[in-house]
Ligand binder design. Structure first.
Ligand code: SF4
Ligand code: SF4
Length: 283
């Protein structure tokens, strides 16, 4: 089973939830798909045993062969080729490696070269479970290829927890690929609710069953509860705001490490999520 943990915006607590669950469930593989800003490794402190560079292709135009017909530029959906009367210039940072420009070029003027866009690290977390994370190189625009590869590398695992990118970007959609269930982590503030609404729409569109976890419960207002009731959304659990947990987090420690009460809280949360996930697949 693959369970994605996501949120409408960064800083809501999806890493907190996914990492605490991964620390408790030894058979779970955690993958950090937030490749632009991965931070699960700060808490998992993995012993890295493997590294894989992820590459992407980009077009190169042979000026001697190019007949300046502009077909490549007209085809490219990402405006990654500038074609003028005297020169044709691919913009490799905008290229999505779809391969289309080479197919439409009537002169055989386009070849592809490769460049590294990021790295996947694999290893064991300090809790003994398998852990993978991707890191997009600075300046690269899309981490989708890295996320697709993380998905591929864990496709045969029985239980995968995904620390997803925040929001509803292409990267989030890629991280959700083949997910059996999702958990939206939100907080009881008006901002939390408004960002969460787009995630709810995305999951409904993708037909992925989900429930909600309210982080920092006790702060803020009741709007998130009203919204969940109005939309008939199930709440799998609430994580109360706790200053000692926030202080531990700042020094790289997880809630489940600092008290039995927190372990019990996350154990119950996991049981609820699993029950909801199984129930959603019975229907
Ligand atoms: S490979 Fe695709 S995205 Fe890249 S320049 Fe060619 S058409 Fe555009
Ligand atoms: S499609 Fe080929 S020949 Fe036409 S402008 Fe592009 S590179 Fe040149």
């Amino acid at each position: 089973m693959k369970i994605a943990i996501l949120s409408g915006k960064g800083g809501t607590g999806k890493t907190t939830v996914s990492n605490n669950l991964a620390a408790l469930i030894s058979e779970a593989v955690l993958i950090d798909c937030d490749v632009e800003e991965p931070n699960s490794h700060i808490f998992m402190v993995p012993r890295i045993t493997g590294e894989e560079e992820i590459q992407t292709g980009y077009p190169v135009v042979d000026d001697d062969k190019c007949i300046h017909c502009r077909k490549c530029a007209d085809f490219c959906h990402y405006n990654a080729i500038i074609a003028g009367a005297a020169a044709t210039m691919p913009l490799k940072d905008l290229c999505h490696d779809c391969g289309g420009c080479r197919l439409v070029c009537p002169a055989g003027a386009i070849t592809y070269e490769k460049k590294g866009i990021g790295t996947i690290y694999t290893g064991k977390s300090r809790f003994g479970s398998d852990f993978l994370y991707g890191q997009l190189h600075l300046g690269e625009l899309s981490g989708v290829k890295i996320i697709n590869r993380l998905n591929e590398m864990t496709a045969d695992r029985d239980l995968v927890l995904v620390d997803s990118p925040p929001g509803t970007s292409c990267s989030t959609v890629a991280a959700l690929e083949d997910s059996d269930y999702a958990v939206i982590v939100t907080e009881p503030t008006p901002f939390g609710v408004s960002d969460m609404k787009m995630v709810v729409e995305m999951l409904r569109e993708m037909e992925i069953p989900f429930s909600v976890v309210v982080n920092k419960a006790g702060l803020g207002d009741k709007e998130v509860y009203d919204y969940c009731r109005g939309e008939n959304l199930s709440i799998s659990g609430e994580i109360p705001f706790d200053r000692s947990v926030a202080e531990a987090y700042a020094s790289g420690k997880l809630a489940v490490e600092i008290s039995d009460e927190n372990r019990s809280l996350y154990n119950t949360l996991w049981l609820n999520i699993r029950k909801e996930a199984e129930k959603s697949h019975e229907n």
